[in-house]
Design a protein around this ligand. Structure first.
Ligand SMILES: [Zn+2]
Length: 347
């Protein structure tokens, strides 16, 4: 999942000139292949990583569950993997673009699934709830100041994305923050980050100075940081910024393998740019609260074209992430109106 292009100029250094074509693998380091799987969203692709592992392979991230992704994986199976075993299917996090095809890959290669517990569970929960319209969603939207048309738009968008989440593996090999997984005799330390997803895993190879960053650090867009109806009081932006701060403790000269976009150098610069982006948005959100307003009203001012592009759900969630962070910091105040809507104002 994602949200708008980041307007700030990147001074990161793209590590490779080209991109792998569909169904092809481009080596980005010895034993690490870059695969780009297509997405039928505004964001056109997701990156997956084919890792040489003990005489065979392991795969990090999967793509969505559709025929194009299946054809691409089948082609890679034929042309690259051959008869070699695939030991593990590993997920950075449980969003549909990363695990939609996880069941398909585990079945195809008779491989086990490795993930953090929360990410696997949350994907399973989404799959199980597919097609439902929870009363909590209606309540969440009402409190945010939305009319019934937004509920309809939310339902449509959820349904559109839901079909790309395929069967999920029924069991996992669980990974935790600070543990290492061994691939081809090399240690990759699991660094759990929060805010974009609740228990997102990055994988850091200190010896080779490479990090598989998932969606936590992307080269040219900022990952979606959103409040959802199932946990409306959460402060994911606080979590996200704290996680970025943790990643700043890593060396700056790492090759970053992101979930979207091209591999790059410039981890620290990119983290600072993302932090600045959120600080600017926090300032803009607070400025808009000089006139007391609902989250929906603020969202429409921050993202005036989002609803027209079918991205109203993302815009509202991202706006609430900034609002909840400001309320947590004590910079904004939340008051309940007589009709139950929440009104936010500058403190
Ligand atoms: Zn993603």
């Amino acid at each position: 999942m994602w949200i708008e292009m980041n307007a700030s100029i990147n001074r990161i250094q793209t590590a490779f000139a080209g991109i792998p074509s569909p169904g092809k693998v481009q080596e980005v380091a010895p034993g690490i292949g870059w695969v780009r799987m297509p997405l039928p969203f505004a964001l056109s692709h997701v990156n997956c990583w084919l890792m040489a592992d003990s005489g065979g392979w392991s795969i990090v991230d999967c793509g969505i569950n559709d025929s194009e992704t299946g054809l691409s994986w089948n082609r890679i199976a034929e042309e690259v993997i051959g008869n070699a075993p695939v030991h593990r299917i590993i997920a950075t996090h449980g969003h549909t673009d990363h695990v939609g095809a996880a069941g398909f890959l585990c079945d195809t290669f008779q491989a086990g699934f490795t993930s953090t517990l929360v990410e696997w569970q949350s994907a399973c929960l989404r799959l199980g709830n597919h097609g439902e319209r929870p009363v909590e969603l209606a309540r969440f939207l009402r409190i945010a100041g939305c009319g019934p048309e937004m509920e309809e738009a939310f339902a449509t968008e959820r349904t559109r994305v839901a079909r790309y989440l395929g069967r999920l593996p029924g069991a996992i090999r669980r990974i935790r923050d600070g543990q290492s997984i061994t691939l081809d005799g090399e240690e990759w330390r699991v660094i759990v980050t929060r805010g974009h997803a609740d228990e997102h895993a990055c994988f850091y190879n200190e010896a080779r100075r490479i990090i598989i960053a998932g969606d936590q650090v992307l080269p040219s867009i900022t990952p979606l940081v959103s409040v959802f109806h199932w946990a409306p009081e959460e402060n994911p932006l606080g979590d996200f910024l704290a996680s970025l701060q943790n990643l700043l403790a890593l060396p700056d000269d790492l090759l970053v393998l992101p979930g979207h976009g091209s591999p790059f150098y410039g981890l620290h610069h990119r983290i600072h740019a993302m932090v600045e982006h959120h600080q600017r948005r926090l300032a803009a959100t607070l400025e808009l609260m000089r006139v007391p307003a609902t989250a929906f009203e603020i969202s429409n001012l921050l993202f005036p074209t989002a609803r027209g592009k079918g991205q109203g759900r993302l815009a509202l969630g991202e706006t609430l992430a900034h609002i909840n962070h400001l309320v947590t910091l004590g910079e904004a105040i939340c008051e309940a109106a007589a009709d139950g809507r929440r009104i936010y104002r500058f403190n």
